[in-house]
Design a binder for this molecule. Sequence first.
Ligand SMILES: CC(C)(COP(=O)(O)OP(=O)(O)OC[C@H]1O[C@@H](n2cnc3c(N)ncnc32)[C@H](O)[C@@H]1OP(=O)(O)O)[C@@H](O)C(=O)NCCC(=O)NCCS
Length: 191
Amino acid sequence: MIAGLVVEGFLDKFRPIFGQRMDQSVKIMEKWVRMEHSFGGVSSFVVESSTSSEITASVGIRIRDSDTDVLARGFWKALRQDLGFLHASWTTILLSYPHYTASSSEAYVERLVVTREHRHQGIGRALLEAAESLSRESGKDTIGLHVSDSNLPALKLYEAYGYQEISRQRSLLTRYFLGIRDWLYLQKKLR
Ligand SMILES: CC(C)(COP(=O)(O)OP(=O)(O)OC[C@H]1O[C@@H](n2cnc3c(N)ncnc32)[C@H](O)[C@@H]1OP(=O)(O)O)[C@@H](O)C(=O)NCCC(=O)NCCS
């Protein structure tokens, strides 16, 4: 369910990456989320719908050390199986942005997404709060995340919630293929 939600929420990014293999995207994302939970040090929060068995929102928070080699090998294997070598290589290059070096004193927020029909109800904010509480309980000093410069709803939410820009990465590749020129690295101090 998380995988379906993420693909739906980031369609503008996934469509150009997966192209005619969009049918494979949820399956690949599902493998990725499982691997992140098993080897990536990531935990997820989800918001359940009150009217159905669906989920309406989710967020991942990396709070433990990540086994990056196992994760990278596992993801490459999944991509190669489902997309073939050439498309897998291309997907790996595009998904490698933004680059981030994890630090044990920082929690990292990723794939925050709320279904379209449930936006503007404070769910995104609530998930961010949950991520921060977990990060504090886990002894982290800071919480970080990346957002594209064109994602105004997300930027507005993060800024309102005390995140500050630390640095930017510019990529001609993602500008051309995803319409994303700058990746902003935002951070909030927790102590
Ligand atoms: C970004 C996202 C998670 C926000 O979720 P949300 O549940 O709508 O956010 P909230 O209702 O908690 O909104 C909190 C604040 O964010 C801002 N905000 C949210 N959506 C906005 C929009 N479309 N336009 C402008 N500001 C917006 C507002 O400041 C809002 O506060 P307010 O409603 O009290 O004015 C949601 O738009 C989403 O899933 N987007 C697609 C995936 C994505 O881009 N994720 C972020 C990746 S970095």
